[in-house]
Design a protein. Structure first.
Length: 174
């Protein structure tokens, strides 16, 4: 599995012949969508201030997903591509564990929480697309593997499912 992960990474990773415009776009997409996703989530919370369940779902999902990602990273160190001299790196990054991606986990957990709210599925889909753009950019720029992003996606959606189940149980007991 690791060799396939490395092969896909090498196919997606930029190199010295990559267009400057594409590198600049990837640098923007590696960070900017996070701010946009947070802004979108805050707008949703302000717009739906009477619906505390949406806010609670967002906070619980993001917290659970990020905590799970932290525990996974603590228990299982996966070196970033540049640590093992694989591919090219086009942004500075500390040699911390790469699996699962914190950037991806954060973005995907915001999206997943909103996708479980029927009135917020469009916003959830938009944030999911921003997360996928960030995932591509961070692979392209050489700081993550594809499996880091897949792990982030799975971690985020598992947290969203857990929170969703808790909400359903709470409604049944109320």
């Amino acid at each position: 599995m690791q060799s396939l992960n490395h092969e896909i990474f090498m196919a997606l990773n930029a190199d010295e012949s990559s267009p400057v415009f594409l590198l600049a776009t990837a640098r923007l997409l590696a960070e900017l969508p996070i701010a946009l996703a947070v802004l979108m989530a805050l707008c949703i919370l302000v717009r739906r201030k009477s619906e505390k369940a949406v806010a609670l779902r967002l906070v619980l999902t993001v917290t659970l997903a990020m905590a799970a990602a932290y525990v996974i990273r603590t228990l299982h160190y996966t070196p970033r591509p540049f640590v093992i001299d694989l591919g090219r790196t086009f942004i500075e990054h500390a040699p911390t564990a790469s699996f699962p991606s914190f950037h991806g986990t954060f973005m995907f957990s915001l999206a997943a929480a909103l996708l479980f709210c029927p009135k917020e599925r469009i916003s959830g889909t938009a944030i999911l697309l921003l997360g996928l753009a960030t995932a591509w950019a961070r692979i392209y720029l050489g700081v993550h593997y594809p499996l880091d992003m897949l792990g982030a996606l799975i971690t985020a959606f598992a947290a969203a499912v857990a929170v969703h189940c808790c909400f359903r149980l709470r409604r049944q007991w109320a």
